[in-house]
Design a protein around this ligand. Sequence first.
Ligand SMILES: *Cc1c(COP(=O)(O)O)cnc(C)c1O
Length: 384
Amino acid sequence: MQEKLTLMIPGPTPVPEKVLKALGKHPIGHRSGEFQALVEKTTSQLKWLHQTTNDVLTITGSGTAAMEAGIINTLSRGDKVICGENGKFGERWTKVAKAYGLNVEVIKSPWGKPLNPESFKQILESDKNKDIRAVIMTHSETSTGVLNNLQAITQHVKEHGNALTIADCVTSLGACNVPMDEWGIDVIASGSQKGYMIPPGLSFLAMSERAWDAQQKSDLPKFYLDLESYRKTAAKNSNPFTPAVNLYFALEEALNMMQEEGLSSIFKRHTRHRDAAQAGMKAIGLQLFAEEGHGSPAITAVAPQNIDAEELRKAVKEKFDILLAGGQDHLKGKVFRIGHLGFVNDRDVLAAVAAIESTLSYLKLNNSVLGSGVAAASKVLNGF
Ligand SMILES: *Cc1c(COP(=O)(O)O)cnc(C)c1O
């Protein structure tokens, strides 16, 4: 039943009815006063979401556009940067940095394990000449379901004094606490199809004053993603090019909903859903992929032993119209991922757990007692 499809993937995420309706409005002129008012409002809402007084710019493009913009506007050819890699999205940062000729040193952790803040501390402390210009990392590593310790790493970068912290917060923003100013993060990239509860097409870049200082010196080539032009036009609540006007309607509506719910309630909801999904999977006898205690509030990666994760995922989709995400790269067939990011409620999480255990039973792949996953997840949701 196509119309019943429930997205439980880490983007695109489900879109609320109100937001869908906002999208369906007739477009307005992007140089009109009406649109300027919309930019003014959503910009202040975005600052609220980032917990910052810094600029937050909206770019028409996917999350990767904001990531690339974050690099090419703050760094220069040959700059030394440290990239943290413990999954697919960390690897993407390295690829972007190398594409622009940066001098990249990679700090790795195995997929499923968190980045080790101590490794960053050591490299930063031994950089006596202060050559390192940026530490670049992913907060919530969507490919493995690991939440990295952005706060601790940012603290080490601040102690270094010269480097910027550039963070991919695509699946952490709107799922857990990312207080930009309090932690002192310099650049935060995010995308609309994740915690924002709107379709793909917009990305967001928050820039600290230190990041803008670096922008003045940056010599990497850029045109569409030149933030100078975004900053100038943002001062007039406008945009350098034609933005995805209808997505701004959706953005306003979604941010209204988020403000009604409140940041702490949003974070609590995501944490509960993570805990419920984890408990459910463990009770069914399935192994979690992320190291214990480091699971992302946005996504739970599951590594079922001796079970083809793709076969299970496809059967869940066919039987229940619930779309789970597969494993990426070498994890294909070994891992499936339950997205619980954005417009997700208790029913969605319970339904996903139930669908997984029912499908395992149908495929005769599991001998745990049917219902044990739902029981464990319910306990968490009920606060027991
Ligand atoms: C989804 C995602 C992105 C952005 O991907 P796009 O396809 O460019 O929107 C970046 N980082 C992480 C961690 C993500 O989950």
